[in-house]
Design a protein around this ligand. Structure first.
Ligand SMILES: C[S@@+](CC[C@H](N)C(=O)[O-])C[C@H]1O[C@@H](n2cnc3c(N)ncnc32)[C@H](O)[C@@H]1O
Length: 313
């Protein structure tokens, strides 16, 4: 049965992590368990697996999949990877393989009830963790026009952000914007005749911006990168840390905002003498993968090894 998600840069990710028997693997975005299962299969009976996900359904699904394939009982953490240091420290777990495959799984975007896609009519929810936080509907209803314009410009890199925010404000003054289709129509209206010449659907960037804002995606990534930097610094200083010396950390980003943050954070660690880059620059998908899985086209994989120059292959 299909898991509902094809893991991107699959061989490349396994190639940079190089899982070995007995490793402790922390998958910060377990999703449908594609990467996690493949890594777990290399760990042998003494390996450990920790799975994080904001989405309870994905966390359970990936845990079942890892257990069925390997017999390893994963440690599930329902929450954001922003708190990885606290969660691992509380359990006394020290990781030597870490993966974050950012964003959302195909199964989430394909589910109309999640409200993540302008192609599928559904409520404007967009939360990856449906158990808490503000929905996109509430965000649209409660933000000023100016704040909406600013978030659409910032997280969507949308040149027409002000026009779109003005249109949203005009429409919601009459009746609340409740569904993905309503919002997609509002954005198309704001585009006017430009909608016909635009290469992508006019609502693409606005939906991306709202999803990033609803899930505080940039805040979580910032916090994660800070945790990795601090952990590497602790190793360097000979203090205990949630990362083991020589740990391999891989991050897959899907848009320029994510990739820029990862690139800058890894460069800062390298400058501070805390890591070596495993990937030189970012790895991107092959033409074959791009043809088979359109989602992979924007994926960029960067990986570092923390403070243990002798282990870099
Ligand atoms: C691209 S999918 C991961 C797919 C996975 N690598 C696989 O092979 O199936 C991203 C997953 O990360 C989760 N996620 C996104 N942001 C998160 C965060 N800040 N903390 C924990 N999980 C997060 C999403 O709910 C989603 O399930």
């Amino acid at each position: 049965m299909s898991s509902g998600h094809v893991p991107v840069l699959f061989a490349e990710t396994i190639g940079v992590l190089k899982p070995q028997s007995g490793d402790v693997y922390v998958d910060l975005t377990a999703g449908r368990g594609g990467h996690a299962t493949a890594v777990a299969q290399q760990l042998g009976p003494t390996g450990r697996v920790v799975l994080f996900d904001l989405d309870r359904g994905n966390l359970d699904y990936s845990g079942d999949r890892v257990r069925a394939a390997t017999g390893i009982e994963p440690v599930p953490v329902h929450g954001s990877f922003a708190s990885v240091a606290r969660e691992l420290d509380a359990r006394g777990i020290v990781a030597n393989l870490v993966l974050a495959d950012l964003g959302f799984a195909s199964s989430q975007v394909d589910d109309p009830a999640r409200g993540l896609s302008f192609m599928r009519e559904g409520p404007l929810d967009m939360r990856l963790d449906c158990s808490s936080g503000m929905t996109a509907r509430d965000l649209i209803a409660s933000s000023s026009e100016r704040d909406l314009a600013e978030l659409i410009a910032r997280f969507g890199e949308e040149p027409l952000a002000r026009k779109i925010a003005a249109k949203i404000a005009a429409v919601r003054a009459v009746a609340p914007i409740e569904t993905t289709a309503q919002l997609a129509d509002v954005v198309r209206d704001a585009y006017g005749s430009r909608a016909h010449t635009s290469r992508m659907h006019p609502a693409t960037k606005t939906f991306q911006a709202l999803r990033i804002a609803v899930n505080d995606e940039m805040g979580a990534l910032d916090a994660l990168l800070d945790s990795i930097h601090r952990a590497a610094q602790r190793i360097h200083d000979g203090r205990p840390s949630w990362l083991a010396p020589g740990a391999r950390v891989a991050i897959i980003g899907f848009h320029s905002l994510e990739d820029r943050l990862v690139k800058q954070a890894f460069a800062a660690m390298r400058r501070d003498g805390l890591c070596n880059e495993i990937t030189s620059g970012a790895l991107v998908c092959s033409e074959a993968e791009s043809a088979e899985n359109p989602r992979a086209r924007s994926a960029k994989l960067r990986a570092v090894m923390v403070d243990s120059p002798s282990r870099v292959a």
